[in-house]
Each structure stands twice: as structure tokens, then as C-alpha cells.
Design a binder for this molecule. Sequence first.
Ligand SMILES: *Cc1c(COP(=O)(O)O)cnc(C)c1O
Length: 485
Amino acid sequence: MALRYVSTRGSGAAADMGSFQAILLEGLAQDGGLAMPVSLPQVSLTELQRFAGLGYSELATEIISRFADDLDVDLVGRLCGQAYTAEKFGSTEIAPLTPLGQEQDAPLAILELSNGPTLAFKDMAMQMLGQLFEYVLTQRGETLNILGATSGDTGSAAEYAMRDKHAVSVFMLSPQGRMSAFQRAQMYSLQEPNIHNLAVDGVFDDCQDMVKAVSADLAFKAKWRIGTVNSINWARIMSQVVYYFKGYLSAVKTYGLRVGDRVSFSVPSGNFGNVFSGFIAKSMGLPTGKLIVATNENDVLDEFFRTGVYRVRAAKETYQTSSPSMDISKASNFERFIFFMTGCDGAATASLWRELAHTGQFDLKLAHPQAWQRVQASGMVSGKSMHANRLETIRDLDQRYGRVVDTHTADGVFVGRRYLEPGVPMVCLETALPAKFEESILEALGRPAPRPAGLEQLESLPQRVEHIGQDVAELKRLIAQRALR
Ligand SMILES: *Cc1c(COP(=O)(O)O)cnc(C)c1O
């Protein structure tokens, strides 16, 4: 029987959400919870040994087919093969491991996850999502109109993943004049008729509010088959699990370790999707040392792992930083982690999120001491990196190793260095390329970031974007005109 998914806020039979294909497109339960597999498939050391000989898309097939087991394995293999090509990701390795050096007797390395079409790690999961959506929708004879808001990385990754799909269109709102010239050019230069770039006269939160307003109109949403690709989508989490296995096996090979030895990971974190995928990998049996949650000045997650208190921030308490993709006030995927820490107790999770809705915070130590004990035994630790830390880290890595990293990756390296253990490789996840955040690289190094070949002229390509006001009625009219039938 296929693996079932349950709501993080459900109890008993009411928690059931069906198998993978039932949760693929949405993943949000009626009770407001998020889809989680009822149990995690396990990978033995013998299997891990066998995985060492696989290429990225074969490895992805091994992992993904265990979560998406209502799809034929050969089909999953074909979709992975189409998602992870050398042409899209710049090398047959897809996610190469680059050793930096030895620090305090620990090998320090970078796992390159940002060589995809939009130069950020979100491509890794989004390309797979594009393949899965196209297959399942075509099979059902359906179409989907994706509506989203972006401040940069998510929107472009979604557009590049969906641009050549027939069953999907994308309506992406972005704040007029608030993205970098590079980010604008990346999105707005797409000419495919199923991609609709809408520049809103406002800030990111205004865009987000418009998306929420449209989604709240359930009749409209159903009529035009509106969907999302936001960070709570389970298929994104599942696809990200793969690169922890890849990073682990590459580290074992590079440093001459044995399968079974520990490897630590440091992860620049915002919505807690990436590092949570690492936690899933660990829970499936990957021999993981520390799993490090690195935050920027927006330290909601660091505060939790230090104190047990989860306190979401208001929009005006959310700082605009030089690692902007981590500027979050609450971490959407955190609910899945807490559900797991409560021993998959949907009633306990629902009660914590009710408290959160009323008071803006909860204290896990007090509310659920046993869950807090599990957090402390989970191997997850945290740290915070500020503007000066990340610039200093960018300079240091450039001088020491001749390697330029972006601001988010720098946050991960800065915090990761605090947790080095002799003999245990520290794999720092590269979540974007420096070319995407040019101003900060210029500030740190006094010279511009290197640009990948082929993108030198990006800003001079013709752009296709429509400007709209903060007007939900106007947005709905536009969707009704352009949506796929
Ligand atoms: C999205 C993003 C992050 C944060 O990842 P989460 O999965 O939301 O924790 C970090 N760095 C970059 C460059 C990103 O685009």
C-alpha cells in the first residue's frame, strides 16, 4: 500500500490526506495543517553504500520514489532525468562538492546547489516540481494557474521551472522597483506566453496580501484552478532531501571516509525548508553530525533553538538585510518539525499553533517538555550572522581560498565554523551565486562578483512585464483573461 500523508494538526482518521499525488498540488490540510508522511522511509548503510555509485538523478530517483510511491518507479526515474540535466545545472555532478581546506582539523567544504537556471538552490526542487506538476496534470486532463508573490528567488525559480510546461501557467507578483536589476532581468526577460510577470506598485507584503485575497475567494480559486508553489509544498521538501545524501556521499569519497562516518551540514535558513529537509535525511538514517540552522539578523529560529521559545515577528520587526532571502518573520515549515518533535501528535501541534495565533509565541519547554528534549537530542543547533560577519566571511574565503560566495552562503559558513569538530567534514550549503547579490559583493571585496558565462548581457535583453496597482479586482480580471482553460 502507498505511503499515506497526514495533517500536522489532525488526529486519528481525520488526519489522513491521502497518498503523494493527493498532496502534490496543494499540501495544505482542511484543518490548516501541513502534509507529512505518516512514517519516514529508512535507508540502511548497505543501501547507502550502493547509492555511492549513482549519479544525481539516479540518487534522486531512489529517494523520491520512496515518498512518491503511488507513481511508477520508472516514471519517477524519467522525471528525475528530465529535471536534473547537465545542460540545466552546468555539470554532470549537478551539485558538486568543493573542498575549501582544513580548519581546526575539520575539512571545510561547499556543496554547490546554485548552478541551476536562476543561480539559487530553489531551482533544485522547483525543476522537479515542474516535472511532477506537468505529468500529474496532463494525466488528469487538468491545468493549473500558479499565483505567487516574490521578492526575488522563489518567483524566478518557479518561472524557469514552468516556462516550457503546457499544463501550467504562472502569475507572479513582484514589488515594483524593489528587486535588483539582475533579478528583474532574470524574470522579466522570459517571453513564454504562460509566464505573466506583474509588477505591483508596493512592497513585497502588498504583493503577498493580494495573493492571499485572491486565494481567500474560494469560488474564484476553484473556477480558475489557482495553485501555489510556496515553500510549504511537500514535494519541494522531498526533492531537497536528495542533496543531503549527495553531499554526504561526496564528502565520504573526497575525504576518504567510510560510509557510516558522520558529516555535518551548515544551512542558511529562512522558511526552514532546506534545513528541515536535512533533518528528514538524518531521520531516514543518513549519518549526520550536526545540522546547523544559520540565520541572519532575523533570528526567529536561532532564538528557538537557544531558548525553546518560538516567537514570530511582525512585519515591521522584520529587518531588510544583505541576505534578503532569509528575511522572514515566521518559518512556514517549522510546524512540520514541531509535529515530529511532539511524536507526531496532531492535537498537541494544533494546540501550539492556536497559542501562536493568540499570543504570537509559544514556549516548547513549558508546553511540551518531552518535545523540547527531543529537539535538544536532534543534533540541530543554531547561530546568527550579522551584516559585518557575512562581509568579513566573504573577504576571508576570497583571500584564504580564492573562492567568492554570496551573502547567504557566507552566513552559513560563518555559523558553521563555530561548530567544527576534528575529523568531521563541515559541508556548507551554497544557496545562491554571488552574481545575484552584486552590491554586497562590491561592498565586501571592492570588485564585482563573477558572472556565469552566458549571462553577461542579461540586463539588456527585452523585458516583458505588466504594471498593476494594489487592486485585487484588477488582478482577478487579468487572471480571468489570461488563465489556462
Ligand atoms: C530561500 C533561500 C534561503 C532560505 O531557505 P529556506 O528553505 O527558506 O530556509 C537561503 N538562501 C537563499 C539564497 C534562498 O533563496
